[in-house]
Write a protein that binds this ligand. Sequence first.
Ligand code: ADP
Ligand code: TRP
Length: 330
Amino acid sequence: METVVSGIRPTGRLHLGNYFGAMKNFLQMQETHNCFFFIADYHSLTTHPNPGDLRASVRKVLSEYLACGLDPDKCTLYVQSDLPETAELYLLLNMHAYAGELERSTTFKEKIRKQPDNINAGLLTYPVLMASDILIHRADKVPVGKDQEQHLEMTRTFGNRFNRMYREGFFPEPVAFNFGKKLVKVPGLDGSGKMGKSEGAGNAIFLSEDDASVKKKVMRAVTDAGPEKPNQEKPEVIENLFTLLKLVSTEETVKHFDDKYNDCSIRYGDMKKQLAEDMIRFIRPLSEQIRDTAADIKHIDRVIDLGREKARESAGKTMQEVRSLLGFRP
Ligand code: ADP
Ligand code: TRP
């Protein structure tokens, strides 16, 4: 059976981008694959959150995983920092990762721009840690959104390099995976390309968001002055709204507004009202489930303990072989 690994950083609540880019695939894959899903809390240190928040965020994100339908009996749910094996593999892989290739990563360049006062070494080696997360379970598939493609490419580079140096075929070549073939990119509401928790305040719709707040954000979404001639191409901000509509509305609804755009009779206010309504219908059951799940901290902690045990068993096997291949004592 193929092995699957994926993680989400606990730097906030899950949003629709995380859901459609990652979680939706997690849910299908847990039925048919050997899955490891984790909370990437080491990774969140690259942006320095405070320790009190981190603990609470890890529990919160885990309760969101559970509320979405991830089942600890079907997959392994764990916290990244519960696996010292990952940290050890990261150390070893760092010796074979070159500064030049890490500096070329687009996410690193973006972070330099975003946090010029905190360009720490963890940011530079972020892809090495991510590669360790994946290679530690010798994964074949990695369900992620489009923004993670380059990190996956680097993971293959590090894995292949290790194989060439120590043992051909030791690490499989992990590929980004999406059931719908193409990797998903969910746009944000503020006209910026991508929905993300570190973007502006009105950009992301969270799974735990209440109805009024969803409505407010959607009604404020950026639009333009409207089409001037029939069947004209949609500018990016409008295309983005249609992309969101396609995720949560019926085909008829999408067609209705598409036709109206094409004959120039569209009123963006009406479209946003419909989008808000359909998003609320989609999110409400999830947000209710999240509230219930998050209340049972004991259960969450039991899931975390069980996950650590299962994940360490898999990671321990890999590390024993890695140590021996490198000439360290097992
Ligand atoms: P964020 O971008 O909000 O910080 P993460 O980087 O923690 O979220 O992303 C966790 C997972 O969710 C990754 O697999 C990522 O590809 C996916 N993801 C995040 N935002 C989007 C988006 N807007 N569209 C598609 N997938 C996304
Ligand atoms: N870098 C990913 C993100 O920002 C999170 C992540 C860390 C991850 N390690 C991973 C995703 C391993 C998949 C597999 O979204």
